[in-house]
Structures are given as structure tokens and as C-alpha cells.
Write a protein that binds this ligand. Structure first.
Ligand SMILES: *[C@@H]1O[C@H](CO)[C@@H](O)[C@H](O)[C@H]1NC(C)=O
Length: 448
């Protein structure tokens, strides 16, 4: 409770968190989940467009290929964004990078919004790429910006909000994607273009808040601006101690410049730190939680959940992640990072095992689909409570000011490469397991 009170005293800090989050990692979650609802409409659009252009329809295999390219070009954009984020954060500064970053998403919204009118599905692909670039930049720079702006005692909780905004984006994307809102057949261009709204909100809100004080002092050497930024963020409280600590880091960094990623890789002193973030950011995507949202409806269909309840179940998944990450937010500074990560992954392994058993019994026992569903929810909760948030906080905490952008470039790249791999492989894995399910039901019919 004490922590919450202190957080509430920092009104400006909270508002900064919201302004950075809404156009930042919110977009990552939002854009992952809005692509789920219009799947079949866009596939039809591709087929129709092709028919009008060439006089011949597309085969279903080709449509699927085009679609999986449309989905997977998003993480490729993310990779480009993660790589660009390092130099951007150093040259433009943290806040300015986040602001400039909105250009990508606004161009993307224009492209996808007019794609139907222009009869071009290539515009959707380009738009998804640019949306990915936006997400790649903000996934790296937002936690850095927030953790650098927060007082030491709140650093974990404040940087963790990045994951909460991702989860909020997931849920809102799922809600907006229901048929009654923007999920209808005719409305998909509007749904895809709706990501311009958070971008515009951020462009209006974020300029009112200060740049990261650490960046101002250590990277820019601008003591005046740093003090005024600190004063704005902390209200009236005593700044001496914090300033002293920053000055010490500035003195230590004197004569150095921001490091390049390959310099980090070559430096044996940071090998363990680097290994930790590479393993953790890869694991975060390899566990498949985020790729699941691309195909959420599909997953529940395969788990045997009735068709008409699926949209609500899908919203439930995002809500689970939101609840879990807000919980993680409040406990991270007590519980420590390691127990949350370890505990999260152990629980996830447990649920995955139960899920496997449930799936294999799906056609024999009538309530098994609901056990499968419960497993998916428990899996998401366990992911949200630890790995989802802690992974993004770590690079800020275990690297110094000069190495931080490079460290984020490395772990961001791992994140997006693995999202790309899992996201692309996902439909094929589902088709494989579908094959197995068919075999199981065939066997069952023979037995009957
Ligand atoms: C593409 O459109 C044609 C003609 O409307 C239709 O016969 C075909 O089934 C469609 N293919 C796919 C994969 O939807």
C-alpha cells in the first residue's frame, strides 16, 4: 500500500507513463490482436482483387501463403524497428524517438485504410510492415525511457507498465474486433487503420512531459535540463541524492560514447548479462504466447470450443494477460525478478503438460475442451505474472547508460526473430495437430 501511495504522489510520473504507453507498447498488443478478426475477409479481398486483375481466382494454398506473409511481415518490421531503435534513442533522445515513431503508424494506417479503395492488398502488407517498425521501436525505447525517468525504488514497477500497456492493447484490439464494433465484413479497413488513434493521442500528450533525465545528463551533458526534468517528474521532493548518483554515473562514463551491439558481444565482462537477456527474450516468444494472439480464434476452434462463444473467450485471454501483468506490476519490487521468471516458466510448463493430455482426450470426454480452455487461460496468467513483464525490464537494470541502447537492440532482435519464427510456423503446427485429431476421430469412429 505504501508503494501505491508513493506512486500516487508522483502524479507527473504516472501521466508520463500513460502518455508513453498509449502510443508505445500499447500498439504492439493492439496490432497483434486486431489482425485476428478480419482474417477471412482479407483473404476474400485478396482473392477478389486477384480475380479482377488477372481474370483468374487464387488457389486456396496461395491465399494462405499471402495471408501468412501478411501476418509475418509484422515481426519483420519489428526487427527493423528494434535495430533502428538503438541509434534513434541515442541521437534523438528517448522521448523524441517515441514521438517520431508515430509517423510509421500513421502512414501505415493511411495505407491500410485505403487499400480496399485502391484494390491493393500489397498496401496492407506494407502497412503491417510499418506497424511492425513502430512496435519494434517502442518495445525497445519505452521501457528504457520509463525506467530512466523513474526513481530507483519504483523503477521495476514503472518499467513493467510497458507489459501492462501491451496487455491493454491486446484486450482493446480484441474488443474492437468483435462483429458489433469494427469486426464486420465491410469494416476491416477501418479496423486496421484504427491504430492511428493511439498515435494521435500520444502526439498530443507526450510533448508535455520531460525527456529522460538520465539521457539529458549522461548522454547530452545538459545538467540544467536534467534538473528541470527531474523537478517536473518528482514534484517537490528532494533531488540531491538522485542527482548525485547520476553525476557519479556521468563521471564514470566520461570520455565514453554509447556502445555498439558488436562491442557488447565482444566484451567478456558482460557475457553473462548478455546471455541472460538473449535467452530470456527468445524464450518469451518461443513459448508461443504472443503468436497465439494472431490466431486466437483458430486455437480455440481446434480445442473444441463452440463457435459462437469464441469471440468472448478470445477477449478473456487478453483480459487474463492484463490482470496478470497489473498484478506483476504491484509485486515485482517485492518479489524480485528471478522468482517471478522461474515461477512463471515452471507453471507454464505444468499447464502445457495438462493441456497436452486434455487435447489428446478431447474427442473421448465431453468436458475436455473446457479443461483445454482452462489450461490456455492458466498458461497466459502464468506468462503475464512473470516472463511478460520482467523480460523487458532486465536490460535496463543490468546494463549501464552507455550499453543500454545496444543491449535493447540485441534483445529486441531476438524477440522479433523468434516471434517471426513461431508466428510463421504456427499455422503449420496447427494443421499438423489437426491431422492427428482427425486420425484420433477416425479411430474412434472405427471403434464405435
Ligand atoms: C476465390 O474466388 C473464386 C471465385 O469467386 C472462388 O471460386 C474460390 O473458391 C476462391 N478461393 C478462395 C481460396 O477463397
Amino acid at each position: 500500500m505504501n508503494k501505491l501511495q508513493r506512486l500516487l504522489q508522483n502524479k507527473n510520473l504516472i501521466l508520463t507513463v500513460c502518455a508513453a504507453g498509449i502510443g508505445g507498447t500499447f500498439q504492439y498488443g493492439y496490432n497483434i490482436s486486431i489482425i485476428n478478426a478480419p482474417t477471412s475477409y482479407i483473404q476474400t479481398f485478396m482473392n477478389k482483387t486477384w480475380l479482377e486483375r488477372t481474370g483468374a481466382p487464387l488457389e486456396s494454398g496461395v491465399v494462405l501463403l499471402l495471408w501468412s506473409f501478411t501476418v509475418s511481415v509484422y515481426p519483420l518490421g519489428g526487427l527493423a524497428g528494434a535495430v533502428a531503435a538503438g541509434p534513434m534513442a541515442i541521437v534523438l533522445g528517448r522521448k523524441m524517438s517515441l514521438l517520431v515513431n508515430n509517423i510509421f503508424v500513421i502512414v501505415a494506417a493511411v495505407l491500410s485504410g485505403f487499400s480496399q479503395m485502391a484494390k491493393s492488398f500489397e498496401m496492407i502488407m506494407l502497412s503491417r510492415f510499418l506497424t511492425g517498425v513502430n512496435a519494434g521501436v517502442s518495445m525497445n525505447i519505452q521501457p528504457m525511457y520509463l525506467a530512466e525517468s523513474a526513481p530507483k525504488k519504483l523503477r521495476g514497477a514503472v518499467a513493467m507498465t510497458s507489459a501492462s500497456f501491451t496487455a491493454l492493447g491486446l484486450v482493446l484490439g480484441q474488443v474492437v474486433g468483435v462483429r458489433e464494433l469494427l469486426g464486420g465484413e465491410e469494416k476491416w479497413p477501418l479496423l486496421l487503420a484504427s491504430n492511428a488513434v493511439p498515435a494521435v493521442i500520444q502526439l498530443m500528450a507526450l510533448p508535455w512531459f520531460p525527456e529522460s533525465p538520465r539521457y539529458l545528463l549522461i548522454d547530452r551533458g545538459d545538467r540544467e535540463s536534467c534538473i528541470s526534468a527531474l523537478r517536473k517528474l518528482r514534484g517537490s521532493s528532494d533531488l540531491e541524492e538522485e542527482l548525485e548518483e547520476m553525476l557519479a554515473e556521468q563521471a564514470a562514463a566520461k570520455g565514453q560514447r554509447a556502445k555498439k551491439p558488436w562491442e557488447l558481444v565482444r566484451n567478456p565482462a558482460v557475457r553473462w548479462q548478455l546471455m541472460s537477456i538473449v535467452v530470456l527474450s527468445s524464450a518469451m516468444q518461443l513459448c508461443g504466447n504472443d503468436s497465439m494472439y494472431f490466431y486466437a480464434a483458430y486455437v480455440f476452434q481446434e480445442a473444441g470450443i463452440p463457435q459462437d462463444t469464441i469471440p468472448y473467450v478470445v477477449i478473456g485471454t487478453g483480459s487474463c494477460e492484463l490482470i496478470a501483468s497489473v498484478t506483476c506490476n504491484t509485486i515485482i519490487d517485492y518479489a524480485g525478478r528471478r522468482p517471478l521468471l522461474l515461477g512463471g516458466y515452471i507453471l507454464m510448463a505444468g499447464w502445457a503438460t495438462v493441456f497436452m493430455v486434455a487435447l489428446s482426450q478431447q474427442t473421448r470426454i465431453i468436458w475436455m475442451p473446457y479443461l483445454s480452455m482452462a489450461c490456455i487461460f492458466a498458461y497466459i496468467l502464468s506468462f503475464g505474472i512473470g516472463p511478460a513483464g520482467v523480460t523487458g525490464v532486465l536490460p535496463t537494470e543490468i546494463f549501464d547508460q552507455m550499453s543500454r541502447p545496444a543491449a535493447y537492440m540485441i534483445c529486441g532482435s531476438m524477440l522479433w526473430i523468434n516471434l517471426f519464427l513461431v508466428g510463421t510456423a504456427f499455422p503449420f503446427i496447427v494443421v499438423r495437430s489437426q491431422g492427428n485429431a482427425m486420425v484420433i476421430s477416425d479411430v474412434k469412429m472405427e471403434v464405435d
